[in-house]
Design a binder for this molecule. Structure first.
Ligand code: AMP
Length: 202
């Protein structure tokens, strides 16, 4: 199994690059944001609980997303690997993921962290909001709240993987193809030395 974490702030391009990786590597794409939006669309109790937090740009409780990931991992025993997108976003989630993967006899191979300057993230998200229909992409205040959540709760997750020597960082600016080339290069380098050792600035 090959298991990757695509990491970075909202709007950095994790979803788009996950699609390239899925296409070329046959990995299963697990986006907790997408899973939560499916729950909301289905009108489930879980979706109902998550919706107000998501609309406010606040992380949903760890146990909610960990439970969703657990059932996806257990429900796909034949997968050749997973791309985790938007998960883990807290240290507790990272630890839970390690335990879940250990139960399956596997582990995270690598975290690819993508960086884009804060102002570009805000512009990208506002632009995406014009088409995506996502209310959390349409309001500057909510976008800033999401970036704040990232800094406060998620940025430390990079250190978790850095300490395991699984951390690589790439520039998330430029064309989708050029960013994908950087990801491929990072995956093909043996050691986890890429990146400047700083958490993603937003
Ligand atoms: P995303 O689609 O990844 O931008 O996520 C949209 C929203 O879903 C976030 O602002 C959070 O409210 C929620 N969410 C997604 N993934 C997680 C996660 N791993 N932990 C907590 N909340 C999450």
């Amino acid at each position: 199994m090959l298991n990757l974490v695509l990491f970075g702030p909202p709007g950095v391009g994790k979803g788009t690059q996950s699609q390239y990786l899925t296409r070329d590597m046959g990995l299963l794409h697990l986006s907790t944001g997408d899973l939560l939006r499916s729950e909301i669309a289905a009108g489930s109790a879980l979706g109902l609980e998550a919706k107000s937090l998501m609309d406010a740009g606040i992380l949903v409780p760890d146990e909610v997303v960990i439970g969703m990931i657990k059932s996806k991992l257990q429900g796909n025993p034949d997968a050749s690997g997973f791309i985790f997108d938007g998960f883990p976003r807290t240290i507790a989630q990272a630890e839970a993921l390690d335990n879940l993967l250990q139960d399956l006899g596997t582990s995270i191979h690598c975290m690819i962290s993508m960086t884009v300057p804060r102002q570009e993230l805000i512009e990208r998200l506002l632009l995406r909001g014009q088409d995506s229909g996502r209310t959390d992409d349409q309001d500057r205040g909510i976008i800033e709240q999401r970036l704040e959540e990232y800094l406060r709760k998620s940025a430390a997750v990079a250190d978790y993987y850095r300490s395991q020597h699984k951390f690589k960082e790439i520039d998330g600016r430029g064309s989708m193809d050029s960013i994908y080339l950087r990801i491929q290069a990072a995956l093909n380098t043996g050691s986890s030395s890429a990146g400047n050792g700083e958490s993603t600035p937003v």
